[in-house]
Design a binder for this molecule. Sequence first.
Ligand code: FAD
Ligand code: SF4
Ligand code: SF4
Length: 587
Amino acid sequence: MVTRYRPRLRRDDPFVAISCDNSLAFKTGTQRSERPVFINKIAPCRHACPIGIDISTAFHLASQGDIDGALRTYLQDNPLPGVCGRVCYHPCEAECSRGNFDESISIRSFERFLSDHGQVDIRGDVPIHSRKEKIAVIGSGPAGLSSSYHLARLGYQVTIFEGRSEIGGMLRYGIPSYRLPRSVLDRDIQRIRSLGIDIQGNTTVGKEVSWKELASFDAIFLAVGLQSGKILFEPFGVESAVITGVEFLADPQKWSLDDSTQKTLIIGGGNVAIDAARTLLRVRNGNGSNITVICPESRDQMPALPEEVNEALEEGIRIVNGWAPDKLHRKDGKLVSLDFYQAEIRIDEASGTLEIMRAGKEVQKHLADKLIVAIGQGMESDILPPGIEVKGGKVVVDEWGRTSLPKFFAGGDAIGEKAFVADAIASGKRGALAISCFLRGRDADTEFQAYHLGKSHTFSFRHFIEGPEKDLVDLKRVVSFDHINTLFFCESPRNNPDRLDPGTRKSTFEEVTRGLEPRQMEEEIARCFRCGTCIDCENCLDFCPDISIIKDARLGMYGFDSDYCKGCGMCSVACPRGVVEMVEETT
Ligand SMILES: Cc1cc2nc3c(=O)[nH]c(=O)nc-3n(C[C@H](O)[C@H](O)[C@H](O)COP(=O)(O)OP(=O)(O)OC[C@H]3O[C@@H](n4cnc5c(N)ncnc54)[C@H](O)[C@@H]3O)c2cc1C
Ligand code: SF4
Ligand code: SF4
């Protein structure tokens, strides 16, 4: 059924003429050389999100007060919104169109808000255990949890094998609780578990269970991560004084480092080094006088997230940049000091690899009782199935995560994805699609073509499940800032979350970053352009001089009456969010 509209005047309409009547007597449609096309498109934030979350639709639902619906939208693609709402490096915000207008939207805070305030039971939405095939997932970090979740949503029977006693991978045993409270992680995991996933903890495949014993599974997803911290020098005789960053973070109380008079050097410039320093500060009850982070990178080159570096500096952590370790000195079986040489980093843009060069003859000596080495992680070779192809310490996969062994797929840090949570989740989602195609004898490339988002390497899981005809959206087209009609928006400052003050937070594991207050969140929701998403603002029908805009109630989308639309393009100009565009008339 279609409805013809008569426009209504609103107090906040811009001061322009709008149409109140047309000439039904004259079928002006014959004058048309162009016609409007009404179709939703992909917002740039979604295109930049590795997981491909439909952020603009979620903002739209939230603007209508439907927080649960907005959370449900996130859960279509991301099983860990509580986690990502806190620790994601938020590439979505860098691409947010609002950033070209005033300031980008606080998208990560929005995700956190939905996870903290929304309530969604997804069990009724999915066909639990409706397929007979069984899938083993090895590892319960974000890659393993994501593949398990999406496979379970497709009806497969999933068993996770996890070597540690608790699940979560580096989310539990790496990222400190002052950044990711365990109650938040547990809430996300509980939702995933509710899909009937079987979890075998304390079960390292290759040790407690052999690879042969997994033969009865129809497919296997390897999400084993990179568990062992790399070491610098062989610490002969002073082993107890040298630990890796990941060992320390997995159990900070175990290493007897609480004595704040012990001079402790932390080597590395990444997240692990910064997390180790800030955790040690808290273990030492806020006394950071003998904690020093030292790395070869300049401050700008440090791979740690800038916000983490700034927070560490605010807490009084000393960071020494531009020095690389050279020699370790010991005396009477004790660590005494380290020599560092002046360093310069060269980054090969093409491969992303970095080279540490000597930049001068100067040497710095740092006294040290303890050394925490945080220079990256590697894979223990004996944790992989025999015969699988490995290169440069990573499992070799094609773009679908297919390994060299039949029915073995892999994702996350183990395949050399960008070592971030969102990228691990994305690889788990891709792996689920690939496994599903493999088991149904379908071609993953063809399936992906139908559902992939723009030029990104991710896709819409909802459309994969429900089919492309579900609603009118062109998944290939990204709406750029040029398509936004900014006349309909007013400048307003971004709301940023508060943080615990450094003096208070440095001696507690309490969460540092607070969520936005509901009032602040309302403002952020109102600020979002909702790029490429029709929100029924009805500008198109208000501004159409021929009153020829119609609405298809079935599709929930506008169209035009071809008898009267003369193709003037007013609707396209008046659409604030790039949904309407003019194309050449073909008939
Ligand atoms: C200290 C630290 C801080 C970080 N901070 C951030 C951050 O702020 N933001 C961000 O985006 N990313 C961050 N990261 C990176 C992020 O945590 C990783 O990229 C992500 O966890 C990788 O996920 P994964 O599933 O591939 O592996 P993991 O999370 O490492 O999980 C792998 C799991 O597999 C299990 N396993 C391994 N072998 C076997 C086996 N044979 N049998 C059974 N189980 C096995 C392991 O026990 C582990 O639980 C951080 C990482 C660390 C270490
Ligand atoms: S997962 Fe990360 S990139 Fe994606 S919407 Fe959330 S914060 Fe943005
Ligand atoms: S304005 Fe809203 S929809 Fe547009 S890119 Fe930013 S967050 Fe996404």
